[in-house]
Design a protein around this ligand. Structure first.
Ligand code: MN
Length: 133
């Protein structure tokens, strides 16, 4: 990690698969990020009432309200619209990447998650959301 005083970026992970939750949390914490994990849209909205993450990793397939519907909701709300959202998408889901971009996502991360690429992918999404960095 660099030695600047800037606090670590906070990443909200919305993912209902326990194995993916653990994988993403472990990798991102090792990379120095603050991580909060939740498994549902309802819990995510509750978290977003008290915290403002620097990036949201959004599973497309969630129980209840799905990830793309939640993304559209966040983009329609002025208090959350500026938070970048990256979709977590399965390779097999044809067309879902285009749907993710149409919903307002800045991009996507393919599942199964590439553990060696995840840190760079997250860094890229964070920087794309921070002009000048
Ligand atoms: Mn899922």
């Amino acid at each position: 990690m660099n030695t600047e005083a800037e606090p670590p970026a906070m990443i909200l992970v919305i993912e209902d698969n326990p194995a993916n939750q653990l994988l993403v949390q472990t990798i991102l914490e090792q990379a120095g990020y603050g991580v909060e994990v939740t498994a549902s849209a309802a819990d995510a909205l509750s978290i977003l009432e008290r915290r403002r993450p620097d990036l949201i990793l959004m599973d497309v397939q969630l129980p209840g309200q799905d990830g793309l519907a939640l993304t559209r909701q966040l983009k329609a709300d002025p208090t959350t619209a500026a938070i970048p959202v990256a979709a977590l998408t399965a390779h097999a889901m044809a067309g879902v990447r285009e749907l993710a971009l149409a919903a307002g996502c800045v991009g996507y991360i393919s599942k199964p998650i590439d553990t060696r690429a995840l840190g760079d992918q997250v860094r890229r999404f964070l920087h794309s959301a921070r002009p000048g960095s």
